[in-house]
Structures are given as structure tokens and as C-alpha cells.
Design a protein around this ligand. Structure first.
Ligand code: XLS
Ligand code: NI
Ligand code: NI
Length: 448
């Protein structure tokens, strides 16, 4: 798969092209939609771990991926060669950002000191290529779940030695964020949860996790790191219960421990589904709490339960997420769309990495176009205003302004016939809303 070097930068080909070529049908970085270029609305990022490290294993099968650095036997040579490849990929795909875990970049040594030295050598190369290309980290994070030492968690491990190691590892990772100019810094608590309550001190583990995050806030301040801190909720997997279960749970945790001023949320489509939510639900919950930070753009599979991390292709979902983003005005203070996604095992070449990203970028660009049209027409805004209109006057207004008592409500309700109450709910036409959204998708994209 040395074919990456022969692939031309991915062009915009529009609709007239045959499907088989590599090209964008909707994504045009400089096209202005709803007042901003597409690239500013979307701020796409490539996920280092999936795109460059993932061997395309599944629980039943070995990796199928073919990568041009496979022939390196020395892990440091491989790590350094891979960095050059990654920047070539970003450039050809036409994205401005990437995301990584510390351990995606470089192999571990026997001690944290040795590991940091390996990492710093690779980060030197990343810094050089950033300076050459202007491509920068949307965020970085620390892998506090892959190594065997984290078998029972990191910040919530019952073992102080492990907590200490995790803290030391985090410190260096924050220094890298500062050095490379990461716009955000993500915490995904992969093993911060429990497998069984019988051996778990729920209170103490969450106290420890909060301590860990407070230490991160303190250290960021000490070194002048101004990246936005983000927590990425996920309900389970690999633990049977993860503390950052979903947006609502995570917001409650942050408020309980006085961390809500320093953190926002990084929301992932597939994680939303695992929690029994739509992606739009998670984005909306974060928005109404003022906690929307960034997005991990992927999707689940309706037929498979686990975090399968497909590239997003569901236009209904990308439309609903982009509708929220347009309504918000941005993804977050420094947010973007990180493709926390991998191709299927049958798609194992370099070209397939492009195909996966292209379908994801086009699906979000198409969602942006549809959502922009919906906003322009104001149909959802009007519908919601009408639906809650009864709270603008009369008894509704007295509820909202706090003057109504239960006695007032009883006096109001006591003699109203059932038919009149039902008549007052006339504007509830969910089926026609769904039909209208379908029409927007078909009509907007058909015209474009
Ligand atoms: C795993 C998570 C992970 C985070 C970064 O399910 O999505 O990839 O995004 O640690
Ligand atoms: Ni995930
Ligand atoms: Ni993720």
C-alpha cells in the first residue's frame, strides 16, 4: 500500500462524476453556507488511532489492514515513518486537524521516563510537519486504558500506584498539548467505571476521578495551557458501567464536583446510541446546559450492539446534528468533527481510508446544506414556537412567571371538558414533521 503517495489530492467532483472515482460530491471547503465557509462549520479532524494504528481487527478476526509502514521492524523507526504518512494523508484529504492519544504516536518503554523520551522524539517530528503544513491538533488525549496496568481503571483504579502513574502520564500529555497548540484536550474514561458493585466503592472512585480532573485544571493553569478541556461520555464498553455515562450524567458529575466551569463535552454518535439515545439528543442536552464542546463523528450499526465506529453516512443523523450546530452557531468554542471511525475489515487499503473519510465528510456537508435550508425557512422554529404558544399567555404565562399556584391550576382546570383540552393540542403533528424533514433532505440535495 505505498499507493498513498500516488493518490492525488481529493478533488470536488460534484454530482456529475461517476461514483467510483475518489472525489467529494458535497464538501467544498470554501463554499459559504449560512454565512460561513463549510470548512469553518465542520472543522474536520482525522483520528490517528483509527486511521493509522488500527489493524482492522474485530473480536473474532485478526487485522486485515495493509499500511506502507508495515515493513519497519524497529518500533521507533515505524513511529517516525508513520508521522510523515499521516501528514501526507491530511494534506491529500484536505483536512486542517487531527486528534491523537499519547500512545498512538510512540511505543512505550519500560518506565514512564523512557516512554516520555520515545514520545518526545516523535512529537519533535509532528511539530516540524505542523510548521510546514499548518495542520494542527483539534485535540489530544492520554491513553489511560490500553496498557495492562490500567486493568481496573486509571483515575478510578483502586490502586494508588496506578493513579500516580496515570497522573504522571497525564502531566506529560498536557505539556504536549501546550507544545503542539491543541485547541482542546479530551478525557475519555475508558475504564473509569466498574464491572461489579460488590467490589466497588462508588463514592470513593468518583471522588478520585474528580481529584484527577482538578489536578489537570491546576496544571494547565500552571503551564499556561489554554486548550478547552472536554469529557467524552460513553455508557459502557469496556466496563459494564462507565461513570461518564451520557451527556446528562456527565454534566451532573461536573457540577457536583465544581468542574463545570472548566470542562465541556465531546460527544460521539455511536456512544449516544449505546446509551439508548440519538446523537441529536446528546448534542441538544449539552447545548441547553451550555456544555457543547466538540464532536466525534461516527455512527453505530442498528444491528450490532457494540461501539463499531462506522464512518457516518446516515443523512438523517447528519442533518439533525448539523441543525443543532447551526442553531448553536458553532460546534463549541474550539469544536470540530473528529472522525472517530474506521473502515470495515473488507476495506483494507490506503484508498479505502480515503473512501471512509470522503463518505463522512460528504455526509456532514450534505447535512449542513439541508439544515441550512431548514433554518432559512424557519419551519422548525415556527413549529416549536406554535407548540409552546399557550405558555405565552393566560394560565401558561402565570406558570412560567412563577405566580401560579396549584389552587390556581385547579380553579382553571376543574370544569374544562376533555374535548376542549384535546382541542388545545391541535398543533401536535409529529408525522407531518417527519415527512417535512424527509422532503427537506430529498429536495435540498436534489436541487444542489
Ligand atoms: C472510545 C472513544 C475513544 C475516545 C478517545 O470509544 O471514542 O476513541 O474518543 O480516547
Ligand atoms: Ni468511541
Ligand atoms: Ni471517541
Amino acid at each position: 500500500m505505498s499507493d498513498l503517495w500516488n493518490i492525488e489530492p481529493i478533488p470536488f467532483v460534484g454530482k456529475t462524476s461517476p461514483q467510483q472515482g475518489l472525489g467529494f460530491r458535497y464538501y467544498q471547503p470554501d463554499r459559504v453556507v449560512a454565512g460561513k465557509p463549510m470548512k469553518d462549520w465542520l472543522r474536520f479532524a482525522v483520528a490517528y488511532w483509527h486511521t493509522f494504528d488500527q489493524r482492522l481487527v474485530d473480536p473474532f478476526g485478526e487485522g486485515t489492514a495493509q499500511r506502507p509502514y508495515d515493513h519497519f521492524t524497529d518500533p521507533m523507526d515505524l513511529a517516525l515513518a508513520k508521522v510523515d504518512y499521516t501528514f501526507e494523508f491530511y494534506r491529500k484529504l484536505g483536512v486542517g486537524y487531527f486528534c491523537f492519544h499519547d500512545r498512538d504516536l510512540a511505543p512505550e518503554g519500560d518506565t514512564l521516563r523512557e516512554t516520555n523520551a520515545n514520545l518526545d522524539r516523535v512529537v519533535d517530528r509532528v511539530a516540524e510537519l505542523q510548521a510546514e503544513t499548518g495542520i494542527t491538533p483539534l485535540w489530544n488525549t492520554s491513553s489511560l486504558f490500553t496498557n495492562a496496568r490500567f486493568l481496573s481503571g486509571a483515575a478510578t483504579s483502586p490502586f494508588a500506584e496506578v493513579f500516580a502513574y496515570a497522573g504522571g502520564q497525564l502531566k506529560h500529555s498536557l505539556e504536549i498539548a501546550k507544545r503542539l497548540g491543541s485547541e482542546n484536550y479530551v478525557f475519555w474514561g475508558g475504564r473509569e467505571g466498574y464491572e461489579n458493585l460488590w467490589n466497588t466503592d462508588l463514592r470513593r472512585e468518583q471522588d478520585h476521578m474528580a481529584r484527577f480532573l482538578h489536578m489537570a485544571v491546576d496544571y494547565a493553569q500552571e503551564i499556561g495551557l489554554d486548550a478547552q478541556f472536554l469529557i467524552e461520555p460513553k455508557p459502557k464498553e469496556p466496563t459494564s458501567h462507565q461513570y461518564d455515562f451520557d451527556a446528562a450524567t456527565t454534566i451532573a458529575f461536573l457540577k457536583t464536583y465544581g468542574l463545570d466551569g472548566d470542562f465541556k463535552l465531546n460527544l460521539e454518535g455511536n456512544h449516544a446510541n449505546l446509551a439508548g439515545h440519538t446523537y441529536q439528543h446528546e448534542v441538544r442536552v449539552a447545548r441547553v446546559a451550555g456544555m457543547l464542546g466538540s464532536l466525534d463523528a461516527n455512527q453505530g450499526d442498528k444491528l450490532i450492539g457494540w461501539d463499531i465506529d462506522e464512518f457516518p453516512s446516515d443523512l438523517y443523523e447528519t442533518t439533525s446534528v448539523m441543525w443543532e450546530i447551526l442553531d448553536e452557531g458553532r460546534i463549541g468554542p474550539h469544536g470540530g468533527l473528529n472522525f472517530d471511525a474506521k473502515p470495515r475489515r473488507t476495506s483494507f487499503t490506503a484508498e479505502d481510508l480515503f473512501r471512509g473519510h470522503i463518505v463522512g465528510m460528504d455526509s456532514y456537508a450534505a447535512g449542513l446544506l439541508v439544515a441550512a435550508q431548514m433554518h432559512e425557512d424557519g419551519f422548525i422554529e415556527d413549529l416549536v414556537a406554535e407548540r409552546y404558544g399557550s405558555f405565552d399567555q393566560g394560565v401558561g404565562a402565570s406558570v412560567e412567571d412563577g405566580t401560579a399556584t396549584l389552587a390556581d391550576l385547579e380553579a382553571h382546570a376543574l370544569d374544562v371538558p376533555q374535548a376542549d383540552i384535546l382541542a388545545s393540542t391541535r398543533s401536535d403533528h409529529l408525522e407531518s414533521v417527519k415527512a417535512t424533514i424527509n422532503n427537506y433532505i430529498v429536495d435540498t440535495l436534489g436541487r444542489d
